[in-house]
Design a protein around this ligand. Structure first.
Ligand SMILES: Cc1cc2nc3c(=O)[nH]c(=O)nc-3n(C[C@H](O)[C@H](O)[C@H](O)COP(=O)(O)OP(=O)(O)OC[C@H]3O[C@@H](n4cnc5c(N)ncnc54)[C@H](O)[C@@H]3O)c2cc1C
Ligand SMILES: NC(=O)c1ccc[n+]([C@@H]2O[C@H](COP(=O)([O-])OP(=O)(O)OC[C@H]3O[C@@H](n4cnc5c(N)ncnc54)[C@H](OP(=O)(O)O)[C@@H]3O)[C@@H](O)[C@H]2O)c1
Length: 385
């Protein structure tokens, strides 16, 4: 079962303090002046020993140092804010859904010259060019999950060539000598409003229309919820709908396409990806290549909602696919080193909860309580929107 979160707590130094310096976050009460009498045995006689704990009321509250199970050390947050954004350049922008897919999704790579020090699982903000006609002010930023590993799509220690890009593609062909990049996976938002008019989302259309060489204004990086677990032997279950795949592409590149001195993934990565049609499957070839490279460490399951159904004829959503592995998933969830990550459409969270409720109930466990414990132990991580 998931362990409770424990943390080191430093107390203010006091010469006569006899308190231990580590305690648990579970009992964060302040310690007050106390005299502690304890009986002890000395030379066959029972004597009374007095110990004094002199932590004073005036001392500042103890500061908890949380030891995260995720790759959190040194993570940078909000280096660039809307008032001092970073301006990068588009290196590449390519549509990754087929022409007959319902909607367009684009993969884009921006140069950052190493100035945007992000980690797998973080997001960046994008401020689209132009003025918001509603208030006459510049547009506000929109967040996008980063789809590349911290080394970028063209990092040094890649062990594969990338099928997404043209065969002879190189950064130098774009006049870029050396640069760490950041990549995004963006769905072009187009919808019909109540008045029957076609409305285009401001930032997603701005991004999908960007041409190589154009400037793009960014903020961030932000977010710690979706950082990868430290444990290289962990089981990492990734649940994505549509562009919610972005952080998982980033995880999986680090796990399977790169060499790191301090990280070699030897656990199990299990990706569930839900999309509407097979023509909208994202990064399928990359994932299949990963499977070839590491068949024992990577499992891949697609849920193609408008083409597949389960045996009852129900639409194949991600939770419908997961239900086919219900017992196996539940067993994994009982382990201390299983980490679940969910990203994409908000609606998926309820759908997944619904299947978990019945699984947990078979063992007499209340799913919502159990999920709380998993969250506390950083084993249930959700970023849906
Ligand atoms: C942490 C985080 C990470 C994200 N990561 C990604 C990502 O990796 N890729 C990605 O593509 N997106 C991602 N998003 C979503 C992204 O931030 C934008 O919200 C999205 O691109 C739409 O922005 P826009 O400017 O194009 O649309 P806007 O101009 O902001 O319009 C959006 C608004 O249009 C309305 N609207 C939308 N759809 C409909 C509809 N069908 N009917 C009626 N009204 C509608 C709603 O009011 C909605 O708020 C992420 C969001 C968050 C919070
Ligand atoms: N970090 C984040 O928070 C983050 C990152 C990336 C993306 N996002 C968000 O994720 C969403 C992805 O949308 P998209 O347009 O890229 O996806 P998409 O291509 O439309 O694919 C979404 C898939 O999920 C299915 N689906 C719909 N309702 C569902 C439900 N209740 N439960 C499970 N599956 C469901 C859809 O099926 P049908 O269409 O056939 O019903 C479709 O197969 C966007 O809203 C985006 O803003 C969030």
């Amino acid at each position: 079962m998931a362990a409770a979160v424990t943390a080191a707590v430093s107390f203010p130094s006091s010469k006569s303090s006899t308190l231990p310096t580590r305690t648990s976050l579970i009992c964060p009460e302040r310690v007050t002046l106390k005299k502690v009498y304890r009986e002890a045995s000395a030379g066959g006689r029972v004597v009374s020993v007095r110990a004094q704990v002199t932590t004073t009321e005036a001392a500042p509250p103890a500061k908890a140092v949380k030891h995260s199970k995720k790759q959190e050390e040194g993570v940078v947050v909000n280096k660039f804010k809307p008032k001092n954004p970073y301006v990068g350049r588009v290196l590449l922008n390519t549509k990754i859904t087929a022409d007959d897919a319902p909607g367009e999704t684009w993969h884009m790579v921006f140069s950052t010259d190493g100035e945007m020090p992000y980690r797998e699982g973080q997001s960046i903000g994008v401020i689209p060019d132009g003025i918001d006609p509603k208030n006459g002010k510049p547009h506000k930023l929109r967040l996008y999950s980063i789809a590349s590993s911290a080394l970028g799509d063209f990092g040094d220690s890649k062990t594969v060539s990338i099928s997404l890009f043209p065969p002879n593609f190189s950064l130098s062909s774009l006049g870029v000598i050396s640069s760490i990049q950041v990549s995004l996976c963006v769905k072009r938002l187009v919808y019909t409003n109540d008045a029957g008019e076609t409305v285009k989302g401001v930032c997603s259309n701005f991004l999908c229309d960007l041409k190589p060489g154009s400037e793009v204004t960014m903020t961030g990086p932000v977010g710690k919820e979706m950082l990868m677990p430290k444990d290289p032997n962990a089981t990492v279950v990734m649940l994505a709908t549509g562009t919610g795949i972005a952080p998982f592409r980033s995880f999986l590149w680090k796990m399977f396409f790169e060499k790191h001195e301090d990280y070699k993934f030897e656990g199990l990565a299990w990706l569930f990806l839900g999309v509407p049609t097979s023509s909208s499957l994202l990064y399928k070839e990359e994932f299949e290549k990963m499977k070839e490279k590491a068949p024992d460490n990577f499992r891949l399951d697609f849920a193609v909602s408008r083409e597949q159904t389960n045996e009852k004829g129900e639409k194949m959503y991600i939770q419908t696919r997961m239900a086919q592995y219900a017992e196996e998933l539940w067993e994994l969830l009982k382990k201390d080193n299983t980490y679940v990550y969910m990203c994409g459409l908000k609606g998926m969270e309820k759908g997944i909860d619904d299947i978990m409720v019945s699984l947990a109930a078979k063992d007499g466990i209340d799913w919502l309580d159990y999920k709380k414990q998993l969250k506390k132990a950083e084993q249930w991580n959700v970023e849906v929107y």
